[in-house]
Design a protein. Structure first.
Length: 258
């Protein structure tokens, strides 16, 4: 089923609901729509009766180009705040079986997930940043970076720098904050998001939480023979998703994964 939840602003953010996973997924970039699809890897979660929630945040293309532009460049804060509003609305609605929520975002979705983690760590039981774009001030220097300046902005002009600084998960980590558990993935052959970008985010979160009582563990999972996902074998993808599921079950307190 699907439901429209009214967050704090005057527009509607659609949230698809299906009894699958207890985490929130969003992308919200490049005007790309997140279409419904069947994922066989979610079957273990179906049997546990968990929720899988897709937030069609601004920056995506679900409602045409105006929806994309509302989450592009200097408007990027709308993307992660749509997700924050979606999580808060879901908690108030009683739809969730538990108050514990896990978020997941891939590639450009890592900007959104990373900023949810850094802006509202109190909302989350855990987060998965899958091959994430996470250091927005340095991403332009990578092989895949220049091609993304039209979407995010460039550090070469002041307005672009300010927008990138605001949306950068890495730049917004604050020492001494009690962040939730985070699983970050990287591929050593990734040419879109080179491995040092997610690795740097993991190191920053680890340093920021090293002396914080109750802070979540930050884990970096590296595929040494693979890249951004294209061409990855089924067996390798299954193994990676198994780790994602195990991490998520652990942070929400599943009795078999504590």
């Amino acid at each position: 089923m699907s439901k429209c939840l009214s967050p704090s602003f005057a527009e509607w953010v659609p949230v698809q609901l299906a009894r699958l996973l207890p985490f929130v997924e969003a992308y919200g970039a490049y005007g790309i729509s997140t279409d419904p699809l069947y994922l066989y890897r979610l079957q273990p979660w179906l049997k546990r009766g968990h929720l899988y929630v897709v937030v069609h945040a601004r920056g995506g293309g679900e409602f045409g180009e105006p929806w994309h532009l509302a989450g592009k460049g200097a408007n990027k804060p709308n993307t992660w705040r749509d997700v924050i509003d979606g999580i808060e609305a879901l908690k108030k609605s009683g739809v969730l079986a538990s108050d514990k929520v896990v978020t997941i975002g891939t590639s450009a979705g890592g900007v959104m997930i990373g900023r949810v983690v850094t802006e509202r760590p109190d909302l989350l039981a855990g987060a998965i940043m899958n091959v994430p774009i996470s250091d927005m001030l340095r991403f332009e220097t990578t092989p895949g970076g220049p091609g993304n300046t039209a979407e995010f902005g460039s550090v070469k002009d002041e307005a672009g720098y300010r927008a990138l600084r605001a949306m950068s998960p890495y730049a917004n980590v604050v020492d001494g904050t009690r962040y939730p558990p985070v699983l970050i993935t990287a591929g050593m052959n990734d040419q879109r998001v080179v491995a040092w970008v997610p690795a740097k985010m993991a190191a920053r979160l680890q340093a920021a939480t090293a002396t914080v009582p109750g802070a979540g563990a930050v884990r970096l999972r590296v595929e040494f023979d693979e890249g951004h996902g294209q061409g990855t074998s089924k067996a390798s993808s299954d193994l990676k998703f198994t780790d994602v599921l195990a991490f998520s079950l652990g942070v929400v307190g599943d009795k078999d994964f504590r």
